[in-house]
Write a protein that binds this ligand. Structure first.
Ligand SMILES: [Zn+2]
Length: 197
């Protein structure tokens, strides 16, 4: 097949040269209220991969990122606890096309380790689009998440990008009210880049 990014021939969906150029994980940490958010990359380097969710290529790009980065990270974290079940909860596993890019992250993130993906349990009632909108707009238009999964569990919250962090913070608040303890949130990219929030 061809590399999603440069179109050169490649066995993997993203070739070795593009991985070296764009996908060396940095593990960026941000505190948003009481929530720690860990991101593998800066958004500016990875925007084209994130935006692949709007095309048919998104499935293989997200699967590749989930297997290569989410899966080993989550495996190492889960294995640091002996008998503690950890669930992966995606933020609003909506279908973009025939797939949910977030469900790909939780599904493959939980493969070959003791974490368990809970699909479609955290849905936004408010489908407002946040892209390009200010923090003020986001706070005035909360997602109004509904949680329908099991209670009294521990979880990692999964999303593709953290921007202002308002969505992840709201999601984590709703989960907490429902007896879900969020250890941290994990995203592909961080688009905050030093902005105050
Ligand atoms: Zn390439």
């Amino acid at each position: 097949m061809r590399c999603f990014s440069c179109d050169n021939l490649s066995i993997e969906p993203i070739c070795q040269e593009c991985i070296k150029e764009f996908l060396i994980p940095q593990l960026i940490k941000k505190e948003i209220g009481n929530l720690e958010v860990i991101s593998f990359f800066q958004y500016s380097n990875t925007a084209e991969f994130i935006k692949s969710k709007y095309s048919d290529s998104g499935y293989r790009v997200y699967k590749f990122i989930a297997q290569r980065y989410f899966q080993p990270f989550i495996k190492a974290y889960v294995e640091s606890f002996k008998d503690r079940k950890i669930y992966l909860i995606g933020v609003d596993e909506n279908l973009n096309r025939e797939y949910s890019n977030i469900a790909i992250l939780t599904h493959y993130g939980a493969k070959e380790n003791r974490a368990k993906a809970l699909h479609n349990v955290l849905k936004a009632k408010n489908k407002v689009q946040y892209a390009g909108k200010s923090l003020e707009f986001r706070l005035e238009n909360p997602r109004n998440f509904i949680y329908s999964g099991p209670k009294n569990i521990k979880a990692i919250l999964i999303d593709d990008t953290v921007t202002t962090g308002s969505t992840l913070e709201e999601a984590s608040r709703v989960l907490k009210r429902n007896g879900v303890e969020v250890d941290f949130a994990l995203t592909i990219a961080n688009a905050i880049e030093g902005t105050d929030y």
